[in-house]
Design a protein around this ligand. Structure first.
Ligand code: FAD
Length: 367
């Protein structure tokens, strides 16, 4: 195993706030985004969350379910790395950290005696191998070792790629909306967020650049530039009925909404929509319009915080190029792509690791 960083598993180390959300009990193909939603099914079915849990248990690693099926180590994600190192060691895997791969060549048939082999040159050594598994991950968080190596290699072998894009990433907002919201940086709300027919009920967090929090990270994977996102600020209420039931009150809209939303947010939101009057001064059509904005607050993000802040990279090596059984490329026998570099992206909550384990297992059965 060739790793260019000084140590392996840096993302595991920092994942889940240092406790590694290593799988999700509810893992199903629906939790993954891919140009071919069926592609992930075979690998996920053959290596399940239970398989990884039993490995974790065999190593005596204590864990707990935090919420929504998300399993975390009780102690440190370091234990998962140690477990993987031990398992790899037992299987006779040699790990070379600090190995920069300079080139990968597969001679055309007939050029060399054994043209079925790959020649992999690092800055120190040359390896010859019948199988080559690419597990170089995506482009997110470059300081952790992310490179475009996997995509480059795919291009070298003329494999198609679904344009990589940041996913599970915070949104940025236009200066006009930020003027009101940025001072509320750190305020969070429990909402429903919807885009392209996908909906998540979780927290959103206002940041000094825009919006983050689990619901925003989730929906960002389904968002495309130019699209709007609908946020239901009162997911437990029909806003119109709520406002209408109080439409004879002297209380200002901001103060009234402050009973259901963080007060500072209610004030900023009312400023944004120029709605500062007492409730009784609004007529029914006006209340209906305000209610619509509350239950379907439509915002168009100006962009995302990009690969620097994205938890994963969506897109990647096209699934049409790979066998869903083994992850081997159809055009280049012996060449495999697994994990995040493939056009399969999990939702937030341990799904990305489950895909990494499952796709690795699929390839591991045959190399
Ligand atoms: C902050 C953060 C928190 C996360 N938390 C979670 C979580 O709790 N649960 C979850 O399921 N997912 C989480 N993820 C996503 C998850 O970490 C990734 O989806 C997963 O690690 C992908 O595994 P991988 O093996 O495909 O790639 P990676 O884990 O990215 O590993 C790729 C490896 O390849 C090495 N590499 C890259 N280029 C080269 C090269 N040219 N030569 C040699 N080596 C190279 C890299 O140094 C790296 O070690 C998180 C991601 C981030 C950024």
């Amino acid at each position: 195993m060739l790793e260019h960083a000084g140590q392996i598993g840096k993302k595991i180390a920092i994942s889940g706030g240092g406790r590694c959300n290593f799988t999700n009990l509810n893992t199903a193909p629906d939790n993954f985004i891919s140009s071919n939603p069926h592609f992930c099914k075979s690998a996920l079915a053959r290596y399940t969350p239970e398989d990884f849990i039993s490995l974790v248990e065999r190593h005596g690693i204590a864990y707990h379910e935090k919420k929504l099926g998300q399993l975390f180590c009780d102690d440190s994600s370091r234990l998962i790395i140690e477990m993987l190192l031990l398992e790899a060691g037992n299987a006779g895997v040699e790990i070379r950290c600090g190995s920069q791969v300079r080139s990968v060549v597969k001679p055309a048939p007939g050029v060399l005696a054994d043209s079925s082999c790959f020649k992999v040159k690092t800055d120190r050594e040359t390896f010859v191998a019948q199988s080559l598994v690419i597990a170089t991950g995506g482009l997110s968080i470059p300081p952790l070792g992310a490179t475009d190596f996997g995509y480059g290699l795919a291009r070298q072998f003329e494999l198609s790629i679904v344009e990589p894009r940041p996913a599970l990433v915070p949104f940025t907002l236009s200066p006009q909306i930020l003027r009101e919201l940025a001072p509320l940086s750190g305020v969070s709300l429990d909402v429903t967020v919807e885009c392209q027919g996908k909906e998540f009920r979780e927290g959103i967090l206002i940041t000094h650049r825009g919006l983050s929090g689990p619901a925003i990270l989730q929906i960002s994977s389904y968002w495309r530039p130019g699209l709007s996102v609908n946020i239901n600020l009162l997911p437990d209420h029909g806003a119109f009925e709520l406002l209408r039931d109080h439409d004879n009150r002297e209380i200002s809209l901001a103060n009234f909404l402050g009973e259901f939303l963080p007060r500072r947010f209610a004030v900023a939101w009312c400023t944004l929509y120029g709605a500062a009057k007492p409730l009784k001064h609004y007529n029914a059509p006006q209340l209906a319009e305000i209610a619509k904005q509350l239950n379907q607050w439509r915002i168009t993000p100006s962009g995302t915080e990009g690969f620097k802040k994205a938890e994963v990279t969506a897109g990647g090596v096209a699934t049409t190029e790979l066998s869903s059984q083994t992850m081997e490329t159809k055009k280049v026998p012996g060449l495999y792509f697994i994990g995040e570099v493939v056009d399969v992206t999990g939702q937030l909550g341990g799904y990305n690791f489950q895909w990494a384990w499952a796709s690795a297992f699929a390839a591991g059965q045959v190399v």
